[in-house]
Design a protein around this ligand. Structure first.
Ligand code: MG
Length: 188
């Protein structure tokens, strides 16, 4: 038996890098996710920049829960592509059955990270399939490609980032009236 210790815990920097690498491997860039957040939030405020959207996606990708979600979602899709599941679930996942909702359940969990409106944002992305989510969804229909879980996790990250942007913009507005120093424990 090997004495090698199993690695279960990763630093936030490591989790960010591993998530970024996994998404890249599956054809998803941070910029593409941030673009959806920008599209969702720019219509509400002139203070929304692409850089705050990218920063929000990056921050979310460094969180432990999100790390577990991204890694699991991408692996489920890969295993389905390689026909590694046994029983009916293999084809249900590979064919992305409309009534299969476990992928959305995982997405909903992530999308609410910065507040309930994240779940509304996620619903919008899920139904209207913006940008990278549409590209993943379309590509997933091709033979041998499965994006059943990835499209939802990517949509959920965009929705959570979108919500974080709204929280940051509103925190800034609140500070215009309150002349107080910002403390790091309140960082969003
Ligand atoms: Mg899906």
């Amino acid at each position: 038996m090997s004495n090698q210790k199993k690695k279960l815990l990763f630093t936030r920097q490591e989790m960010f890098e591993l998530n970024k690498k996994m998404l890249q491997k599956r054809g998803v860039s941070i910029e593409a996710i941030a673009e959806i957040s920008y599209m969702q939030q720019a219509k509400y405020s002139d203070n929304v920049s692409r850089s705050i959207c990218i920063e929000s996606v990056e921050k979310i990708l460094s969180l432990r829960d999100v790390f577990h979600h991204v890694q699991l979602a991408a692996e489920i899709d890969r295993l389905a592509e390689e026909k590694m599941f046994q029983g009916p679930i293999q084809d249900i996942i590979l064919e992305d059955l409309g009534l299969f909702g476990v992928d959305e359940t995982l997405g909903l969990d992530v999308s609410g990270l910065y507040g309930t409106i994240g779940q509304t944002n996620f619903g919008d992305i899920d139904v209207n399939k913006h940008g990278i989510v549409k590209r993943l969804n379309d590509a997933g229909k091709e033979e041998g490609i499965c994006h059943t879980f990835l499209d939802d996790i990517v949509g959920a990250i965009a929705a959570a980032a979108s919500t974080r942007v709204a929280q940051v913009v509103n925190e800034d507005l609140a500070h215009e009236d309150a002349d107080v120093k910002r403390f790091s424990i309140f960082d969003l």
